[in-house]
Design a protein around this ligand. Structure first.
Ligand code: SF4
Ligand code: F3S
Length: 112
């Protein structure tokens, strides 16, 4: 089992999640984060920290797509372990539908 970041993170990227992860397994893309499923220890502490409710356990239905995205991009993007400013218009994009189709970027973020 692992926790996964979904597209609810896109263009929000609040990064509260990285502060609480005991194993530093978040990785930063241009406009979202992902979790490395091989490093996540399923502690669950990140899930309630996300203001966008973007983090789910893989026991939820229909999470296969997010498992694929988190696995693939955590191997390509840099590690992020400290909180940074959210997107300037994060609150506007919180809860928006269809963000993956509209905005997903495979580009790496800056990390730390
Ligand atoms: Fe990190 Fe725990 Fe969240 Fe996994 S469930 S990403 S180990 S905080
Ligand atoms: Fe994204 Fe939520 Fe973390 S918006 S960066 S998963 S706190």
């Amino acid at each position: 089992m692992t926790y996964l970041v979904t597209d609810a993170c896109i263009r929000c990227k609040y990064t509260d999640c990285v502060e609480v992860c005991p194993v530093d397994c978040f990785y930063e893309g241009e406009n979202m984060l992902v979790i490395n499923p091989n490093e996540c220890i399923d502690c669950g502490v990140c899930e309630p920290e996300c203001p966008a409710e973007a983090i789910l356990p893989d026991t939820e239905p229909d999470t296969e797509k997010w498992l694929e995205i988190n696995s693939k991009f955590s191997a390509e993007w840099p590690n992020l372990t400290t909180k940074k400013d959210e997107f300037p218009d994060a609150d506007k994009h919180k809860g928006e539908e269809g963000k993956f189709e509209k905005y997903f970027s495979p580009e790496a973020g800056e990390g730390d």
